[in-house]
Design a protein around this ligand. Structure first.
Ligand code: IPE
Ligand code: MG
Length: 213
């Protein structure tokens, strides 16, 4: 999810308004899970490198996170959405950790997954997974995969990045090995279910060979 700041700038609004509008786009993605038949969507909400941002922006983002969980948890429960967190979320403020853990527990039986990457960095995740695999005596593709934060999520099929940037920025590097990519200039706050359907239509037309032929 990229482009909140530029969206705000375009609309001559403070940055936080871009983030706020971005939450609305998140909500429409969650609502699209069932109609689009998606088992899992993973959203990159806060990276381990986002701590480099000014403190007031970090507090705005954390505030939005608190409000989103509070306001949308009933809807997750009503719509059978399972919340998952990837990343080192336990390093967030204690009240957010408690809120997230409560939501994780209460939504655990949901059938469609909304995974949120929080304080997430893919290189750190891989290093943690490799260390755990080593502790258990075998480092291999399988044991690293099994120790990633995403171990219980379906394989990554399609990776979408908004706002015209053409990089992965430490997101799901391992999982993206054979993922299909979709890059769009649309800024995240403007990203709609229609745009997602466009990406899915492109995905559906691709031939995936996973290195075979
Ligand atoms: C993404 O938008 C917001 C998150 C970090 C969740 P940005 O804040 O990176 O927006 P730009 O890149 O400045 O437009
Ligand atoms: Mg950005």
């Amino acid at each position: 999810m990229d482009g909140n700041g530029r969206w705000a700038k375009q609309h001559r609004l403070p940055r936080v308004m871009g983030h706020r509008k971005g939450v609305e786009a998140v909500r429409s993605m969650v609502r699209a899970l069932e109609p689009l038949g998606l088992d899992c969507v993973t959203l990159y909400a806060f990276s381990s490198e986002n701590w480099k941002r000014p403190q007031d922006e970090i507090s705005d983002l954390m505030g939005l996170m608190r409000r989103f969980i509070k306001s949308d948890l009933p809807e997750f429960l009503a719509n059978d959405v399972r919340l998952r967190i990837i990343g080192d979320y336990k390093a967030l403020e204690p009240d957010i950790v408690a809120m997230l853990e409560d939501a994780l527990e209460r939504t655990a039986k949901g059938t469609r997954t909304l995974a949120v990457a929080l304080n997430y960095g893919s290189q750190q995740e891989i290093a943690r997974a490799a260390a755990r695999a080593a502790e258990r005596g075998e480092v291999s593709v399988e044991t690293i995969s099994a120790n990633l934060d995403t171990a219980d999520l379906p394989p990554l099929d399609l990776l979408v990045r908004t706002s015209g940037e053409l990089r992965l920025s430490n997101f799901l590097l391992w999982q993206a090995a054979y993922a299909e990519m979709w890059f769009t200039d649309v800024l995240w706050p403007d990203f709609t279910v229609g745009h997602l359907e466009e990406a899915l239509a492109s995905f559906a037309g691709r031939e995936r060979r996973f290195g075979g032929r």
